[in-house]
Write a protein that binds this ligand. Structure first.
Ligand SMILES: Cc1cc2nc3c(=O)[nH]c(=O)nc-3n(C[C@H](O)[C@H](O)[C@H](O)COP(=O)(O)O)c2cc1C
Length: 179
């Protein structure tokens, strides 16, 4: 039974993050996902959600995806108090191993600065990169890392595992429960 609504905000230059957002939407069976392209949102659009997923790619040596870059000043004004926020990032660990999914760390830090709780942290095991702003403590990314350039065949299973983790951490099964 669908018991909760999650706001999923994503930005994508060549479609990889958008594709991942669609897979994530499909993988959630116990929540209704409302997807928003960051190109078209304002800060007010975040207010109606207590559970939020952010998705972005990293570009040009550690920069936010272009729509997130354009929205970033407004993003920094959002009050995330009382909200749980999960982040997924697309990157290229071989081509840009010094900046792998840096955008996940950049957004995540702002969420924390503005009172939010970042959930869905993800092990760095299984990736081969040099540095990442997303690695907030040794061995842990602030969110799910996906690499459609080098590890495309792992995307679906990583998403399935991450979504199962989010169902617990968003406390979705408890919502609307009578027990
Ligand atoms: C010019 C260029 C710069 C990139 N810079 C980075 C980077 O700094 N860090 C990273 O992890 N990936 C980097 N990437 C890889 C992209 O993030 C990756 O291809 C991603 O899947 C693109 O997703 P999108 O189509 O949703 O924007 C770069 C790719 C290109 C073509």
């Amino acid at each position: 039974m669908i018991t909760a609504t999650i706001g999923l905000f994503y930005g994508s230059d060549t479609g990889a993050t958008e594709y991942a957002a669609e897979l994530i939407e499909t993988a959630f069976e116990v929540a209704n996902i409302e997807k928003h392209d960051v190109h078209k949102v304002s800060a007010a659009d975040f207010a109606s959600y207590d559970r939020i997923i952010l998705g972005l790619s990293t570009w040009f040596d550690g920069d936010l995806q272009s729509d997130w870059e354009g929205f970033f000043d407004e993003f920094k004004t959002i009050d995330f108090t009382g909200k749980k926020v999960a982040i997924f990032g697309l990157g290229d660990q071989m081509g840009y191993g010094e900046f792998f999914i840096d955008g996940v760390g950049i957004l995540g830090q702002e969420v924390v600065n503005n009172g939010g709780e970042v959930i869905g942290v993800w092990s760095t095991e299984g990736y081969d990169y040099d540095e990442s702003v997303a690695e907030f403590e040794p061995g842990w990314f602030m969110g799910l890392a996906l690499d459609e350039d080098n590890q495309r065949d792992m995307t679906e299973s990583r998403i399935a595992q991450w979504v199962a983790q989010l169902v617990e951490e968003f406390e979705l099964e408890a919502v609307g429960s009578t027990t």
